[in-house]
Design a protein around this ligand. Sequence first.
Ligand code: ADE
Length: 293
Amino acid sequence: MTELTQAPDPGTPPPETAAPRAFRTDILTLFPGLFAGFLDESLIGKARARGLLSLHLHDWRAFATDKHSKVDDAPFGGGAGMVIKPDPVMACVAAVRALQEAEVGQRTPLVLLSPAGRPFDQATARRWAAGPGITLLCGRYEGFDARVEEAADELVSLGDYVLNGGEVAAMAIVEATARLRPGMVGNAASLGSQRGLSTAAGANPDAVEESHGAGLLEYPHYTRPRVWQGQEVPAILLSGDHAKIATWRREQAEARTRERRPDLWAAYAASRPPPPAKKGRRRRRKADSGDEG
Ligand code: ADE
């Protein structure tokens, strides 16, 4: 007898153990071979094997229509280098969007990677990790025709330097974003190690207390041996006093951030609530006291 699959009662909440939905990542590139090791090794490889990350590479040269599969052309107005033509890459974007609609029922943000974009940071990783996925568009040559940039939802740079293309940036972005997804980080304790620091909203609650999670760099870590080449582990870490250790770690994180990243420190300091006003008798104003001079 054939069993009928029952439609779930719409009033029943999903079981607590329901697996997190896979984070959909589409990468559009002329060099898919660059991603070979990246896709299968380490955390990304495991996440794909466990169905937490669904990663798709698309070679947009396949969408070129001329007989030489040309994807670039000389710039109007003259100048050095070649510019990526809009047609093949946007035909690939359209095909990827159709796949996304069919497979996950929605399209993901189209992110164009370019040294002229807004710098990628932890807050951006958190924002994307909270969504269904990302579509990363990797450039080469002098850059994309400006009309491709117009079609993108965001333009993002890995940093203030020029790479040969967007592929290395895409790998960094996938790694930084995917690891914030629920179920992704194997060692939750290693991410939650800066207890006591303020937390910010994120998709994976374990991942908000590492470097940048609270707007601070992480405190220093030590392991065995206790003395290495004459350098001792700070005594406080051996004290067993967890409250004091937490205070020391916070101070270290603040001192490192102040010293190494004045930009982060300024933002952190500005976002902290002002210290509570000191209690005690208010000083009388000179005029009230009748004192002269
Ligand atoms: N392509 C070339 N340089 C880049 C950068 N710094 N960030 C992102 N994509 C790039």
